[in-house]
Design a protein around this ligand. Structure first.
Ligand code: GTR
Length: 350
């Protein structure tokens, strides 16, 4: 593969299809409509620093619908439309409290607002419950029941990524948002989803994945920490049925996860790992980023990843592929967000 045209018209679509077919499931082509309802608005939230909008998103297909809420804060100190971060929240809803009675380091909205960015979130469970026995009860049963019958049909991760694109649909209608600068963010299972969403939907300007591990940024063939076999056993409802075939045959999987990162090129992508989270295979996640480099280089993007794993607490932000390995546990925290903002500032040339 030598040219951008070859990559974009031939190899990229092939790889995308392989990920759909063997791992995350096919994303249905089209649906009937989507609508947005502002359910709550506060022009002077966060002691006047932000404008709060709560929006109910409703999507329709063949006469059936699903609705899920999203929350958005926009900095009041702005000259025009602002760039935004969108978090796929896979933890408690309290993390994204619109009332700000609860303030969480998982979604440090005040800090993001003070940095000049809007911040949005939706809860994955509002779209597809994160449960083996109930993931169907939401988007899948309502809008795409036929997917549940297929071995390559999408399941929870596919559904969450689909919903993130509907949030993007909304953000494109909001005049306060610079929709060419919307970053998708996720942690762990949310990080896997952010990568998959970013690979498919090229409207996201950047992708941030925190401790995304197996079936996220980590290379499957290293078989270090969580493996395909283990993730299929414990979290089979995230992936399509075909993925189960690879539980004990990782080497026959036609892709590995560096190719997922390659699909995001030339858009900036940032990956994190934590010292106490060996389960997510930090080294394998780093290597996956290194191995995505050829695609970025095709677009002449500046990638300054070193050959070996960077030291703990030495973030690489001045690069189109960013990475850090931080001290601590499997989490998304203020250290991570601080570097996400630095990386976004650098890549947006703010
Ligand atoms: C872990 C799981 C990971 C990751 C994580 C999370 O237990 O093994 O794949 O997704 O949970 O989402 O917090």
């Amino acid at each position: 593969m030598k040219t951008i045209a070859e990559w974009e018209y031939k190899r990229r679509p092939e790889i995308l299809e392989l990920f759909e077919e063997h791992i995350y499931g096919r994303t249905p082509v089209g649906f009937d409509s989507v609508s947005f309802k502002l359910t709550n608005e506060k022009a002077s939230a966060m002691e006047g620093r932000a404008h709060l909008k709560e929006v109910l998103i409703t999507a329709w297909n063949k006469g059936r619908s699903i609705s899920f809420p999203m929350v958005l804060f926009i900095p009041n100190k702005r000259k025009g439309p602002v760039p935004a971060f969108l978090l796929i929240n896979n933890r408690s809803r309290r993390n994204t409290d619109p009332g700000r009675l609860e303030k969480s380091t998982f979604w440090p909205a005040e800090m993001v607002i003070d940095s000049g960015y809007a911040i949005a979130a939706f809860h994955n469970g509002d779209v597809a419950p994160d449960r083996k026995d109930r993931y169907q009860q939401g988007l899948l049963e309502q809008l795409f029941p036929e997917e549940l019958e297929k071995d390559n049909g999408m399941k929870a991760i596919g559904a969450w990524a689909w919903a993130a694109s509907r949030v993007m649909d909304y953000l494109q209608t909001d005049k306060d948002i610079d929709s060419k600068k919307v970053a998708i963010v996720g942690h762990s299972r949310g990080g896997k989803t952010a990568l998959w969403a970013g690979a498919q939907d090229r409207r996201y300007a950047m992708v941030f994945n925190s401790c995304s591990g197996n079936s996220g940024a980590a290379l499957a063939r290293r078989k270090y920490g969580e493996t395909i076999s283990l993730i299929n056993k414990q979290f089979g409802h995230w992936f399509n049925n075909n993925y189960k075939k690879y539980s004990n045959k990782v080497d026959s999987l036609p892709v590995d996860q560096h190719m997922l990162i390659g699909l995001i090129a030339p858009r900036p992508v940032y990956t994190t790992n934590a010292t106490q989270d060996r389960w997510a295979d930090p080294y394998g996640s780093f290597l996956s980023n290194v191995n995505a480099k050829p695609v970025y280089e095709l677009y002449r993007q500046k990638v300054v990843l070193p050959k070996e794993m960077p030291a703990v607490g030495s973030p690489i932000v001045e690069s189109t592929i960013g990475y850090h390995f931080r001290e601590g546990a499997h989490d998304l925290n203020v250290y991570d967000w601080t570097n996400f903002i630095r990386f976004a500032n650098y890549n947006y040339k703010k």
